[in-house]
Design a binder for this molecule. Sequence first.
Ligand SMILES: *Cc1c(COP(=O)(O)O)cnc(C)c1O
Length: 420
Amino acid sequence: MDHFDYKNGALAAEDMPISDIAEAIGTPFYCYSTATIERHYRVFEEALAGLPATICYAVKANSNVAVIKTLADLGAGADVVSSGELTRALKAGVPASKIIFSGVGKTRDELTHALKENILQINVESEPELQVLNEIAGSMGITAPVAFRINPDIDAHTHNKISTGRSEDKFGIEWTRIHEVVKAANSLSHIENVGLAMHIGSQLTELEPFRDAFIRLKDVVTILRADGHKIPRLDLGGGLGIPYDTATTPSPAEYGKVVAEILGDLDADFLFEPGRLIVGNAGILVTSIVYAKEGATRRFLILDAAMNDLMRPSLYEAKHDIMPVSEPNSGANLERVNVVGPVCETSDTFATELDLPSAEAGDLLAIRSAGAYGAVMASTYNSRALIPEVLVKGDAYSIIRERIEPDTLIKYENLPNWNS
Ligand SMILES: *Cc1c(COP(=O)(O)O)cnc(C)c1O
């Protein structure tokens, strides 16, 4: 459920008409709804009631400081994957004691940053990383709180490019070797073993892969504990999917039930790292039609938004719902169109053979479910601007990231001195 609905014949985010924002700041722009972000967080929290759980929002889904702060104000922690995200989470007011640092390739600088800030835990994904972390922590005279990320070799049945828990994926330590690695870590004097972590992929639309992975995790915990390792904490990652077009997805409540059923009696503290689930449906991309063009076999709606603004369709063949900002009359004529951006690539396509109420140049469209992995993945390809992000609360909006113009970026470019 989200808070983007037609009100008085026009699409509104909560009580704020989208066309008013468009008029004030131009298009394209991302628009997020505070009430939707808050609602999704609470639903997830309720789904885990009864478990000793901390929700660490996966910042990479939408890392705008205002979005992170909205969640921090509700008590969320953060899961970060870079030094930059750590800086954002701290700036948004997430306490260091609720921050997890994940990722396969943390640099020495990043590990040092994490240790200096005294964050909750660092999820280690390989033995070389463990060695480096032990060395850095030693040089600082401290111990590093480490969770070992296991790769459970479970297929998440999601898009190949966002599957992370199969043996051929680069993530985590093979579950069959985890015992050996944890044992060896015992002799590293600057590593504190705080538990295990897992994250098998993103946009999961079935519970079965979670169930299989949790069962495997439980087996590993049981073996490790029998050998004297405490394993006080289990980080179960994120990955729960959202309905983008018509697909159904398991509810957070059903997910919570599976967690409780399989892992609830393990006497561990739980961490969760949802990203998409919290912010995905809390954002839309608002765009105008630049031209309506009759091709030889298709009608094209050419937008002022492009693949550089929202990469998911071109990167993952993702389908996003598209709706007119002006509410169509019931029984409005539908036209079969391809909705495309202006970038010089055929992959710059948001929808193919979509039946949309007739639309003309100048009309506004909303591309839905664009709150996660939207703005954060934007580039300036074709020397296009980084578009603004707007946060709505009730009948007010705030520009939480200004448009960054090509002029600003060009200022960072220099001619080599041999040209002058
Ligand atoms: C990306 C990621 C998440 C968030 O995934 P969602 O599908 O957005 O919930 C959580 N944990 C880790 C380690 C990740 O890489």
